[in-house]
Design a binder for this molecule. Structure first.
Ligand code: SF4
Length: 367
């Protein structure tokens, strides 16, 4: 497939791997921030081809995984109400809340629909003026522009039966929180290329300087990831800690300026709880005051729902890079993609699901 096969070329991959092996003289631990990168690393066994001194820690960048349980429970409560059409991307339907998931609500008669864009939900609202249409707007800076545009359009078109259940999270405050943690082992970051394609790179040099960590903006194909790792190792071995852009075909330093203007108009920065990690100050977006009428939490009065996490699932430790998925006792036994105990087993970007799907069950047998 043109434009993708080029970035999986085995000869070029071999050359990059040789350079990484030649450059590595000691142990280093680096975190790939994005779940898409984790998926690609495990799928292509990149971690198994690296020098044994290099450890890849799988970061918290899977949007489904870090959406807090109480937000899932609020989604379930709204979706179960009569007169509501609840719209979501498909990967949220099987994320377990405290007692059920959106599939269960749908099978019990709730009008839960999978859409491919928040604009589809807005169209449904215009076609069903007697219904309340809600879109489940979660994710990082990547999915936020489309959600912002939809709310902006709803306001402009006067579609008052549309609302957004919003739980957006931001990468730079998460990097700061990881580095401030007393258990942090991370010495460098592969930053998420698609986030930077929206937001640019300006937020990363201050983080690299403050925490003395290289931050290399990295893409998602095998050669992208190997090049990001190569550049990171070169910096670590040289004692440098700079932001580098290893994904220039998609990322410009200034980002997507019109998208950022839309985000600034529609959203306001807020404290946000990350599933498995806890509350990180100023790490998310909520709807700005002037768009509050489109806030589903306010409209359906579900802000009071509070939920405690199960004690069995260790996805919080997985998301912080403290354990690998196969080190959880439930991995591949009580917890599988068919019967997930935690969100990191549900999403295809979740580290537990990636380990399960791409043959890491053998690691359990070897324990
Ligand atoms: S394997 Fe399942 S139970 Fe264990 S951390 Fe992952 S999602 Fe949670």
């Amino acid at each position: 497939m043109k434009y993708l096969d080029e970035f999986s070329d085995p000869d070029l991959a071999r050359k990059l791997l040789d350079q990484i092996h030649a450059a590595t003289t000691q142990k280093w631990a680096m975190m790939e921030v994005c779940g898409g990168q984790t998926h690609s690393i495990i799928r292509h066994a990149i971690d198994q081809l690296l020098p044994p001194e290099l450890e890849l820690i799988h970061g918290p960048g899977c949007p489904v995984c870090v959406t807090p349980l109480e937000v899932i429970d609020r989604a379930l409560a709204i979706a179960a109400r009569p007169g509501v059409i609840f719209c979501s991307f498909g990967d949220m339907l099987r994320v377990p809340g405290s007692s059920q998931d959106l599939f269960a609500v749908k099978s019990a008669g709730g009008d839960v629909r999978v859409v491919y864009s928040p604009l589809d939900a807005l169209r449904l609202a215009r076609e069903n003026p007697d219904k309340e249409v809600v879109f489940f707007g979660i994710g990082f800076e990547t999915t936020a522009p489309a959600n912002a545009m939809t709310v902006y359009q709803a306001e402009r078109l006067g579609v008052h039966n549309f609302s957004l259940l919003v739980s957006h999270v931001l990468v730079p405050p998460a990097i700061a929180a990881i580095m401030e943690s007393s258990t942090c082992r991370v010495q460098a970051f592969l930053a998420a290329g698609h986030v930077c394609s929206v937001m640019g790179t300006a937020e990363y040099p201050p983080l690299a300087r403050k925490y003395k960590v290289p931050i290399v903006v990295t893409g998602f194909e095998p050669l992208d990831i190997l090049e990001g790792i190569r550049r990171t190792v070169v910096q670590l071995e040289a004692g440098r800690h700079e932001m580098e852009n290893a994904y220039p075909r998609a990322v410009r330093d200034e980002g997507n300026v019109p998208a950022m203007e839309m985000l600034r108009d529609v959203f306001a920065v807020t404290d946000r709880t990350w599933r498995g990690i806890g509350t990180i100050p100023l790490s998310g977006w909520k709807l700005a005051a002037k768009y509050r009428e489109f806030d589903a939490e306010e409209r359906f009065d579900v802000t009071g729902i509070r939920t405690a996490e199960s004690g069995l699932c260790r996805s919080g430790e997985v998301l912080q890079g403290l354990i690998k998925p196969h080190e959880c006792a439930a991995f591949g036994k009580e917890c599988t993609p068919r019967n997930p105990l935690g969100a990191t087993m549900v999403s295809s970007e979740g580290a537990c699901a990636a380990y399960y799907t791409y043959r890491r069950l053998e690691l359990v047998d070897a324990k």
